[in-house]
Ligand binder design. Sequence first.
Ligand SMILES: [Zn+2]
Length: 140
Amino acid sequence: MHFPPCATVLSHTPRGVASVVSRALGHVGWVDDRERRLAENERLFREVNEGIEKAALRQGQDGHVYDFLCECSNLDCGFVLELDLETYEHARADPAVFVIASGHELPEIEDVILRGPDYEFVRKRGEAGRVARKDDPRGG
Ligand SMILES: [Zn+2]
C-alpha cells in the first residue's frame, strides 16, 4: 500500500494555479497606476499651495485667510479654499494629508479625518499614501 504518485502533484497544484492566475491577471496593476496618477494630481496642487503659503508667510502670520487650491484628485477642480495659515499648516503636518473642498473626497483611496465648515482633511490610504509620503515637498 502506497500513496499514488499523483498525490504529490496535487499538493503542488494550488500554488501553481495561483501563479498562473496572477500572471493572467497582470492587469490588476491598473489599480495601483490609477491611485498613483490620482496622487500625482494632488501633489501638483500641494506644490502650488506650498508656494501660496510661502508668499503668505512673507506678509506675516496674522490670522488672515488666503486662497489655497483644493487638493482633491480632480485635475480640473480649481476650487479655491479660503484657509488661514494655521489650518493649512495643520494639514501639512502629515505628508499623506491633503486639504480639499467638502465633498471632493474619493473614499476609495482616502479617509476624511477632519471636517471644517467648507473644507475637509483627507488622509491617503495604500499606494496613494505611499506616493504622497515619498513625494512630500518637505521630505527632502
Ligand atoms: Zn476639488
